[in-house]
Design a protein around this ligand. Structure first.
Ligand code: S3P
Length: 438
């Protein structure tokens, strides 16, 4: 349990220079999971040393995998092979990490041993039937609470069979859980998504020498094969970079370069949305880290205007909406988001919590069932509650760049789940943020 800490954000000057935000969270989780069940030693660099990714590391250590690091972003995973995981001694505690829990549910459904997945209060409220239901169709036996939430109790020793599954929600976590279970299932597992979601699992399976195809049937793989260890370089997380994209855009005089940012097209919705609102973002020095495209992002201050956010961009920017709402609150005119009901079941109800916080700072923000309507204008100082949601905390820190007084943000310890060192890096870039123990 983290002690409660608040941020006192007093805005700050223009953001200048260059910086590298920590490693991609989604890719870091997958590196550990696939490295653990591969044959051979996987070397990872640029790994996210945040609590969520470390929860995944701890879970695999508890299942007998030798993992060295992270040290300076380096992690060495001695793979135990597809059937080499061992029964953990107790429940696997996954903290705040939905990705750990949902992907592990898929991966553990086909093991010989029983396992139990637990999490913190926020994770224990999040919907898990979206993974347990398709996994049950594959023959898995997973108990949830009557509400369909964690703890998850996974009964080992089940024979899994492949399925053809139409995802009811556009969720990369659910897609990935099914594909990981599919590794242990008999036959060809295919997942069709209602909208494109992040494809890191598919790319990384290929990097481990495992064939994943894209067909009319969706994204398919055949169970029973093995993975071969590989070297992985994790890009900087575009979801963490997003706070600085908005910060530099809204702070007059800013010009900031964000280095080595992952620009996988299934993740770049934030760039498209901000550009449509008038942002000045240049993609420079494009290259790849293995199977993942990366670039440096140069962002300069620019005035923003409101837009109706295209619904097809929603899954491609799903984690970036808290800070996009801040941008919208400072833009000229109205911004409307629809088709984003998923935001209500993230680490917090991000529609309600952002609407409450923006209103506390004087913005006109009206939550709707599946989105929000924000009338741009000015913001004043005040106190907002992050509800322990890392991305809400960082979004309101960014907002302080344009408030007429300080913003106190309550309950910020969970920033360490995805962005360790955020206050320090933000201060280095030009923001004024103080960490206070509440
Ligand atoms: C993630 C997928 C997204 C995202 C989460 C990480 C992943 O969740 O919000 O932070 O790594 O697969 P959903 O797929 O449930 O939308």
């Amino acid at each position: 349990m983290n002690p409660r800490i608040d941020y006192l954000a007093r805005g700050g000057g223009p953001l200048t220079g260059s910086l590298r935000v920590p490693g991609d969270k989604s890719i870091s989780h997958r590196a550990v999971m696939l490295g653990a069940i591969a044959d051979g030693v996987t070397e990872v660099t640029g790994f996210l040393e945040g609590e969520d990714a470390l929860a995944t590391v701890a879970a695999f250590r508890a299942m007998g995998v030798d993992i060295q690091g992270p040290e300076d972003g380096r992690v060495t995973i001695r793979g135990v092979g597809r059937d080499g995981l061992q029964a953990p001694q107790g429940p696997l505690y996954l903290g705040n990490s939905g990705t750990s829990m949902r992907l592990l549910a898929g991966l553990l459904a086909g093991q010989r041993f029983d396992s139990e997945l637990t999490g913190d209060a926020s994770l224990s409220r999040r919907p898990m039937r979206r993974v347990t239901r398709p996994l049950a169709e594959m023959g898995a036996r997973i108990d949830t609470t009557p509400e369909g939430t964690a703890p998850l109790y996974i009964h080992g020793g089940q024979r899994l069979r492949a399925i053809d599954y139409d995802l009811p929600v556009a969720s990369a976590q659910v897609k990935s859980a099914i594909l990981l279970a599919g590794l242990y299932a008999e036959g060809r597992t295919c997942v069709r998504e209602p909208a494109v979601t992040r494809d890191h699992t598919e790319r990384m399976l290929r990097a481990f020498g495992f064939e994943v195809t894209r067909e009319d049937h969706g994204i398919c793989l055949v169970g029973g094969g093995r993975l071969s260890a590989t070297a992985l370089q994790v890009p900087a997380d575009i979801s963490s970079a997003a706070f600085f994209l908005v910060a530099a855009t809204i702070a007059p005089g800013s010009e900031l370069v964000l280095k080595d940012v992952g620009i996988n097209p299934t993740r770049t919705g934030v760039i498209h949305i901000l550009r449509e609102m008038g942002a000045d973002i240049h993609i420079e020095n494009e290259r790849t880290f293995g199977d993942e495209p990366v670039a440096d992002l140069r962002v300069r201050h620019a005035p923003l205007h409101g837009i109706h956010i295209p619904e097809d961009l929603v899954p491609l920017a799903i984690d970036e909406f808290p800070v996009l709402f801040v941008a919208a609150a400072l833009a000229e005119g109205e911004t409307v988001l629809t088709g984003a009901e998923e935001l209500r079941v993230k680490e917090s109800d991000r529609i309600q919590v952002m609407a409450d916080g923006l209103q506390a700072l004087g913005a006109r923000a009206e939550p709707t069932a599946d989105g929000i309507r924000i009338h741009g204008g000015s913001l004043h100082g005040g106190t907002v509650d992050s509800h322990g949601d890392h991305r809400i905390a960082m979004a309101f820190t960014v907002a302080s760049l344009r408030t007429d007084g300080p913003v106190r943000i309550r309950d910020c310890a969970n920033v360490a789940t995805s962005f360790p060192g955020f206050p320090e890096l933000a201060s280095q870039a030009g923001l004024d943020v103080e960490v206070v123990t509440a």
